[in-house]
Design a protein around this ligand. Structure first.
Ligand code: ZN
Length: 179
């Protein structure tokens, strides 16, 4: 049995084994006090696919930012940088210019509400390379043409930003902390 390394916490009141992915991709398992070690090992070993997916999802999260003056400063910066990009790309892609909101998002870099013609961008983008902001802008504007991530979506992305895959990879690599 191939058991990935994990950190175990015993909890007397628990009924089932639970697993989550922590900082740096660590596997954190909690289990009832009496569950045999071997059962926990089997549980973890049988869920390697889940672990890989959960690690991938976690990597894709923006670096969390707390509300406060720093977040406000970044919010203004992202708005100032995004507005001309949106105007440029909307015209180039032949889509209407959407309303923009810049907010703390935590779980993603941007979102698009086609019905309300509104694009939201994560404040956290202010900490990343401006090229990555452009990638997210083009991604969200593409949703005004293709609401879902189907083949049409990716072919439109490739038309306008041929290196979008590289940018997506760069975006989902954790940012090097400033300072
Ligand atoms: Zn999308």
């Amino acid at each position: 049995m191939n058991v990935p390394e994990y950190a175990l916490t015993r909890r007397p009141r628990m009924k089932n084994i639970r697993m989550r992915i922590g900082d740096g991709g660590a596997i954190l398992v909690s289990a009832p006090t009496r569950t045999p070690q071997r059962t926990i090992d089997e549980f973890v070993a049988s869920r390697t696919d889940w672990i890989e997916k959960a690690r991938g999802r976690r990597e894709a999260l923006p670096q969390p930012l707390e509300p406060g003056p720093e977040a406000e400063r970044l919010r203004r910066e992202v708005r100032a940088a995004a507005e001309p990009l949106i105007a440029y790309w909307a015209e180039r892609m032949g889509v209407p210019v959407p309303d923009l909101s810049v907010r703390l998002m935590r779980t993603r870099w941007g979102s698009c509400n086609k019905a309300k013609l509104r694009v939201s961008l994560a404040v956290e983008l202010g900490r990343r390379d401006p090229e990555l902001l452009e990638y997210v802008v083009v991604h969200e504007l593409t949703h005004l043409i293709h609401p879902n991530h189907g083949p049409g979506f990716y072919s439109t992305m490739s038309t306008y930003l041929p290196d979008w895959k590289e940018k997506r990879r760069a975006l989902n690599r954790p940012a090097v902390p400033a300072g």
